[in-house]
Design a protein around this ligand. Sequence first.
Ligand code: NAP
Length: 262
Amino acid sequence: MSPILSLLVLLLVTSTSAFTMTPPSTRGSSTALTAYNKVFVAGGSRGVGRCLVDQLIASGRQVVALVRKEEDAGLLNALEGCTAIVGDAFDQKTVENAMDGCDAAITTLGGSTADQGQRIDYDGNNNVIESAGILGVTRVILVTSIGCGSSKEAAPPNVFEALKPVLLAKEKAENILIKYYTNMNWTIVRPGGLKSEPATGKAILTEDNTAIGSIHREDVAALVIQALDAANTEKKILSAVDPSITSSVSMEGKTVEEFALA
Ligand SMILES: NC(=O)c1ccc[n+]([C@@H]2O[C@H](COP(=O)([O-])OP(=O)(O)OC[C@H]3O[C@@H](n4cnc5c(N)ncnc54)[C@H](OP(=O)(O)O)[C@@H]3O)[C@@H](O)[C@H]2O)c1
């Protein structure tokens, strides 16, 4: 994890009580097989993307993962149901060739504030979106971050400033989907501060763009798959947080309404 993203985690994860939530009437099922049986994943070498690869395979789907390093491809190719392709997401044609034949695309591509010039948070994600458009892959899930777009106010100002280049680049990718891909069934998932700990199973998606807090990477992956399968996540922008994790960020006393997947 980059030092700056570690900072976000540190700022989001400390003491005090978290927020409460109102329960949804229904929850999506992560095991229900849908039309999306062969899923392209960009960012699958580690973090949320790797959790996604594991969980998608566990749900009985095939995964095509685009990774930069041969060693990551070796690890993923050893998993039954996963085909890893070595390539750089900065190259649109590479992304398109890897995605060809898939019925859905998920991107968790992310970079660091230290990056200069092209940012994978925009250019890589844009290449995934553009490739999906070219290939007619109409189901796309873009994983960005709380602090992007309409959720800017949710991020504490010091966190927003520290992460600004990354958040703005991700927001630019979000806007491509929102403004130009009106025929696409897209969903944007904005997680809070990420932790690599076992799933709590208590994380939620919410349309409340003031929600802020922490969430474990395994739970983000599970929510992304639930969102993939749900019929009512088309053109939705959803924050992903875990009300069961204590956080220093002041959601105390606030009620966050869980988005009811259906
Ligand atoms: N850290 C946080 O607290 C936080 C909070 C909210 C949102 N997010 C965002 O949530 C997402 C998941 O975060 P994470 O920390 O679990 O994962 P991550 O460590 O940020 O993983 C980023 C992924 O993008 C891949 N990638 C970067 N540049 C690439 C390129 N040119 N070509 C192909 N792949 C490339 C990386 O591959 P390599 O292994 O080859 O580098 C890695 O698989 C990211 O978009 C992140 O920015 C993070």
